[in-house]
Design a protein around this ligand. Sequence first.
Ligand code: SF4
Length: 400
Amino acid sequence: MGSAQKIVTADQRHLYINLQPHFLTISEDLHSTYAFDAEGRLLSAFRQGINYQRGLSGAILKKQVVANGSKVCQMLSDAEARNLIAVVLAHVAQLRDLGLADQGKEVATWMDRILAWNVGRYSDERIRFSTIYQPVSILPPDQYLSLVLQAAEGCSWNRCSFCTFYLDRRFRIKTPTEFRSHVRQVKAFLGAGISMRRSIFLGDANALIVPQTRLRELIQVVHEEFTLNSRDSLQGIYAFLDIFGAEQKRVDDYRELHDALVRRVYIGLETGDDGVFQLLNKPGSPAACIEAVQTIKAAGIQVGVILLAGAGGTRLAAQHVANSLAALEAMQLGAGDIVYLSPLVVPANGTYANALAAAGSTNLDSAAINAQIAQLKTAARHVVGPGTRVTLYQIGEFIY
Ligand code: SF4
């Protein structure tokens, strides 16, 4: 059980401390608020009206609402991140001396744990993360608090015209021995901070195209290293599947995965339109994706289907919307399934831009993308079953 306390200092500052089983938050006058995991690592900070989120990698994302009411997300530079950490630690030390350390043994222990970190230790932690993980390029929004385990690295396709997530690495599947070593390093790295994590996410882009025999072995490693689905533990296994057509699994394979606690598979449909799909250079086809979703759902596993708002640009917008909605309808989504609408973010020049120009189309501007998101959101709710969430997926807000 958690506990919250309010302390009024001699100079009339109001300090708030919220002690939870897996994290602690400290606030001064609700103007500055900091959260720490059970190892004393900074998780988030709110200062001077700006939110900062620190990922396990040590990167810090600044989120700020600007004058026109829109949200701006920006990754801090190394120097800015170090500076923020120094400011937060100095402030926490000040709050400890103002009376936080006198609020009982448990709070005092948390203070010691938090202040055992310094800027140098945070920097070392970033380096250590990069020796255990390849960069965690992206996760679905409902999995930002998962524990990523890279059973495979990269994407076995890596040629979609709009995607740069895994261009920095070659696709490879780990052996069970290698994977176990990775898992153990991850566990040692997180320490008590693992209690903040809600589920296992099997990385990277296409863990579910790993041949069934190897996948079975890799998932077995997960079960040997963690007790899943007990109270207060990691709840289930999640993964992306972005390749349809090749390496198909049968419903029995997915049933086996369901029995091994695979709970949801995230699928980058991107568009239900064949022409736009081709322009994106996705492998397979929308029809193969629909079939994959139906197979996965027949095995009792939920799906998260990702659509790219703005894909195909101006000329193909109408058919992108219409055929994407038709694909969603054909998937017969229901309780626990999610439709993610992700605004397409691409460089002005590059493979996708060239393909778009060759198709006689141009990128939608942000107002038109927002209008398409609104249109898809409203219409999608009519073609999915009860209990399916339709929601936004802003990749700029991702941090791990
Ligand atoms: S399959 Fe997915 S991860 Fe791979 S290149 Fe395409 S969009 Fe990127």
